[in-house]
Design a protein around this ligand. Structure first.
Ligand code: FPP
Length: 238
């Protein structure tokens, strides 16, 4: 069992490698995404017992629209199916499901499902699962800046009063603590526009494992390494 004093509360994951996993096996990329979606379920189930209270996963970036129409539509279908098929289990397991990202570009039916599951699970407290769809850190910061500028233009806030906490509150992640740990699978070592503001002091872990092969055991191993790190948040060791 993990030591609560060093267990990250909020773990964020860049789930990379679905396409390569499928291609290596001679299967279409969407098979990799389907398997990846199964992995999300497994990790959501395992997370609370590992001491995690907030799990954020990067499912679709603002750049992912550049992929083929077939892949984009396939992913959107997977998101809708996940919400429909997991609704019961999430409620039973006391998991709150939320989304970050700009929803306006998503199909109205998917937007409805997202709002529905958020409402249905809003009082659940064991784990907060946040799924990033049409999410980009720069896009999120731009939308937050616009929101605050609009409020200032309407005379609702004083521009000089804008501080870090006000900006925090204008971000999609206003409901979340900052991530303690960001994990990226598949051997890539980029941040890829994920939680740019929020991860300012996060630890990063990069694993060569492709997301469809990621298991609770791998996660537990990464968390145990996290326990040995010395997080100083810019200060000095006391
Ligand atoms: C990156 O791998 C993965 C994605 C862009 C999609 C992530 C989606 C899922 C894991 C499935 C659905 C998720 C939920 C929450 C239901 P890649 O395709 O870029 O892999 P590659 O780099 O090997 O091509």
């Amino acid at each position: 069992m993990s030591d609560a004093s060093v267990t990250p509360r909020h773990v964020a994951i860049i789930m990379d490698g679905n396409g390569r996993w499928a291609t290596q096996k001679g299967w279409p990329r969407l098979v990799g995404h389907r398997k990846g979606s199964e992995r999300v379920k497994t990790i959501v189930r395992a997370a609370p017992d590992l001491g995690i209270t907030h799990l954020t996963v990067y499912a679709f970036s603002t750049e992912n629209w550049k992929r083929s129409t077939e892949e984009v539509l396939g992913l959107m279908k997977l998101f809708a199916r996940y919400i429909q098929r997991e609704a019961e289990a999430l409620s039973k397991e006391n998991v709150r499901m939320c989304f970050i990202g700009d929803r306006k570009r998503l199909e109205p039916k998917l937007q409805e499902l997202m709002a529905w599951i958020e409402k249905r699970t809003e009082n659940n407290t064991r784990l907060t699962l946040t799924v990033a769809i049409n999410y980009g850190g720069r896009d999120e910061l731009m939308r937050a800046a616009r929101k605050l500028a609009q409020q200032a233009a309407e005379g609702l806030i004083d521009p000089d009063a804008i501080d870090e906490s006000m900006l925090d509150g204008a971000l999609d992640t206003a409901h979340l603590p900052p991530p303690d740990l960001v994990i990226r699978t598949s051997g890539e070592t980029r941040v890829s526009n994920f939680l740019l503001w929020q991860a300012a002091y996060s630890e990063y872990e990069f694993t060569p494992i492709l997301w469809p092969d990621f298991t609770p055991e791998v996660l537990a191993e990464i968390l145990s390494r996290f326990g040995h790190r010395d997080r100083r948040f810019g200060g000095v060791k006391t």
